[in-house]
Ligand binder design. Sequence first.
Ligand SMILES: *[C@@H]1O[C@H](CO)[C@@H](O)[C@H](O)[C@H]1NC(C)=O
Ligand SMILES: CC(=O)N[C@H]1CO[C@H](CO)[C@@H](O)[C@@H]1O
Ligand SMILES: [Zn+2]
Length: 458
Amino acid sequence: MGIALIWCLALILIKWITSKRRGAISYDSSDQTALYIRMLGDVRVRSRAGFETERRGSHPYIDFRIFHSNSEIEVSVSARNVRRLLSFQRYLRSSRFFRGITVPNSSNILDDDYNGQAKCMLEKVGNWNFDIFLFDRLTNGNSLVSLTFHLFNLHGLIEHFQLDTMKLRRFLVMVQEDYHSQNPYHNAVHAADVTQAMHCYLKEPKLSKSLTPWDVLLSLIAAATHDLDHPGVNQPFLIKTNHYLATLYKNTSVLENHHWRSAVGLLRESGLFAHMSLENRQLMESQIGDLILATDISQQNEYLSMFRSHLDRGDLCLENANHRHFILQMALKCADICNPCRTWELSKQWSEKVTEEFFHQGDIEKKYHLGVSPLCDRQTETIANIQIGFMTYLVEPLFGEWARFSNTRLSQTMLGHLGLNKASWKGVQREQSGSGDDVDPTFEEMDSDILPQEPRLS
Ligand SMILES: *[C@@H]1O[C@H](CO)[C@@H](O)[C@H](O)[C@H]1NC(C)=O
Ligand SMILES: CC(=O)N[C@H]1CO[C@H](CO)[C@@H](O)[C@@H]1O
Ligand SMILES: [Zn+2]
């Protein structure tokens, strides 16, 4: 789950739900968080959907049948234009033919493309300042493969689980390939960044002294695969375009379920754990699912309040495997939305990328009259507004609890960056608005703009 889902999901739900229950919900601006969480909570309906793996390249990513049932659009847009507009969707890269070429040579990646600087950077892979963008350039776009392979080695997983390094590399290359490099944000570099953050959290004293190699293995795989095959649009977009994944997963954690099932597909295909018992492999698949599904931001309230009550009661016992896995879910959630907790230099780049992805979705929605998702309209939104809301309502609450759990220098560093970055965006916002107004216009506009609008989704 990436940030892209967060805002559009939250706001589009407000549109939907208020259209159905206008007047039933109070939009007290002092309680926006509760409002968001309530809205997000409403979408979570059913239990986890089917257990089939997702086969790569087996489906078109976006189903545009919706366009053909809309006569207004049908006349103005040719199928060819639709296809061209959606060229960001990867078709070719999923083909077995393509993979057949790259995979056998994947073992060269670490030897050939690794220059001295990339190796040097890996010595500091546990630093919070690690520059994943630079690392990705130094590794020729292979940051996810290089970093994850290195971490497997560093944590002794290859030896402990008797992993075949060829199979491991092959698996990681397939994972990296199944991210869409055309996505400004949800691409393999984001996955590498989340994996690096996860590694930093695994090293935190409370965790490192209680985690088993199994826990570390699952954490790294889940981090590396948590947004696998992300289409670069969010769940509401998939639902309103009648995408088959939305149907398959019953409108619930659609993307996260797909990331998980895709990961399972690659694990099976690579045979990386073929030497383990079926029972262990099944356990691994379901535990990786628990981790990836936890990244669905619409469930943040549940996870956060569970975390909070554990911390209030002081009853977390990391010798207990269930408690450990709960903490790993929280850690992955933190890793996934830690962008605002990085240095300004890195954080700013992520903000630009995620906004670009939002706006791209908004452009498609505009062009095809799908109703522009909130925060996706480049005419009315700014990076600063989006970031300030995101930090205030989602990142700060999560990292506040994390710092209670793990009150370390790293946690203080993250909260420090978060505060500074927010202040920087507020500065940008003030410059742009030309006034001293600190209030996020997104939230101010909620009553006047979002509420009266009729949803155009049905
Ligand atoms: C998913 O949402 C769409 C649009 O709101 C709706 O038409 C469809 O029935 C929903 N599917 C399920 C399984 O709830
Ligand atoms: C596509 C490609 O680069 N294939 C090469 C893979 O590696 C072998 C030998 O290592 C070469 O012979 C192939 O040409
Ligand atoms: Zn993500």
